[in-house]
Ligand binder design. Structure first.
Ligand code: URA
Ligand code: SF4
Length: 209
């Protein structure tokens, strides 16, 4: 199946998914959005109030800040894939529970496999924990890690910087490192002939920076 078909399939499945309790607080699932051949994937936590209303990721205050951060490094939201570790809204924006993260994990895994990004930016600790389970965000934010042929860059969640203004300059500084990390990122995981043919990358996407 082609990458965009897999993304569509994941979106369709999450819309009616009953694999965890978050199905009950779901108005619209938020599978994530962006090009199926994005070089960079941002992974947040889960939908908040506005995301749940609209079925789109990062459309509230944190999303506005994320847009600003992207603009600050000469990027547009349309160029990147933006998703979350859980696709349905935790009630009252509480933290996702371990069983919810694990129930929803397969959707994210399929998205990562389909998109095959060279760089994954994790936003916040739940997203970070998926790739760097023992890391502490205050120690590792803004650094890059090589994992299974991808570059993983853990960052503070933009909402954290909105609640704690002292984090803001740090988040901005971490973001400024991204173009360089992207330019020097390891090639995406080789998923074999079939995949290479299916997901056609535009090399010129990289010269944006
Ligand atoms: N915060 C997140 O982690 N994800 C969203 O989609 C919106 C806010
Ligand atoms: Fe299904 Fe994920 Fe929604 Fe839980 S959060 S109901 S696993 S789509």
């Amino acid at each position: 199946m082609k990458a965009d078909e897999i993304l569509k399939q994941v979106a369709d499945e999450t819309a009616v998914c009953t694999k965890c309790a978050l199905q009950h607080s779901r108005k619209k699932a938020v599978p994530g959005e962006g090009p199926a051949n994005a070089e960079i994937m941002f992974i947040g936590e889960g939908p908040g109030f506005y995301e749940n209303e609209q079925g789109r990721p990062f459309v509230g205050q944190a999303g506005k800040f994320l847009d600003e951060l992207l603009t600050g490094i000469g990027m547009k939201r349309e160029q990147v894939f933006i998703g979350n570790v859980v696709k349905c809204r935790p009630p009252g924006n509480r933290d996702p529970l371990p069983e919810e993260l694990s129930a929803c994990g397969d959707y994210l895994e399929r998205q990562i496999q389909a998109i095959n990004p060279r760089v994954i930016v994790t936003l916040g600790r739940f997203s970070m924990a998926r790739f760097l389970p023992n890391a502490k965000i205050s120690d590792v934010h803004g650094q890059s890690y090589q994992l299974k042929g991808r570059t993983i860059v853990p960052m503070y969640h933009p909402a954290a910087a909105l609640h704690q203004p002292s984090l803001r300059p740090m988040v901005e500084k971490d973001f400024k490192r991204l173009p360089d990390l992207i330019a020097h990122a390891v090639p995406a995981v080789d998923l074999g002939e079939e995949k290479v043919q299916e997901v056609k990358r535009e090399p010129k996407q990289l010269s944006l920076f």
